[in-house]
Write a protein that binds this ligand. Sequence first.
Ligand SMILES: [Zn+2]
Length: 134
Amino acid sequence: MHEWALAEAILATAKQISEKENLKEITEVTVMIGQLQDVERRILRFAIKETKSDFFQKTKFHFLKSKTTLKCRVCGASWKFRKESLDKTTIEAIHFVPEVAHTYIKCPKCKSPDFEISSGRGVWIQSVKGVKNQ
Ligand SMILES: [Zn+2]
């Protein structure tokens, strides 16, 4: 499952940040998950718990959902993606192939299917808090 790969990536990135910021321990990591990503937070949390090193013993992990914003390439309108406006089959399709979104979602203004995802894609670390080395 990709949650396990994600867990590894999150831990590796958090470790890198702690080295750059000269932290001797990390107390808090906030992870943003793009709405279109559909990551199982329960599995991700478990994967992190299972794979983390001692360095993360005191670390609290927060997982927040990030809203997806779409921007029309034709008329420039931007709008928030709302899952509730799609039917279940469509949501499943988008889950497996995010690119499929273009088939189902259209600009609310000019009805063009040519849009870009301007925010809310992927998984990224929003913040790392910790204790600095003296
Ligand atoms: Zn448009």
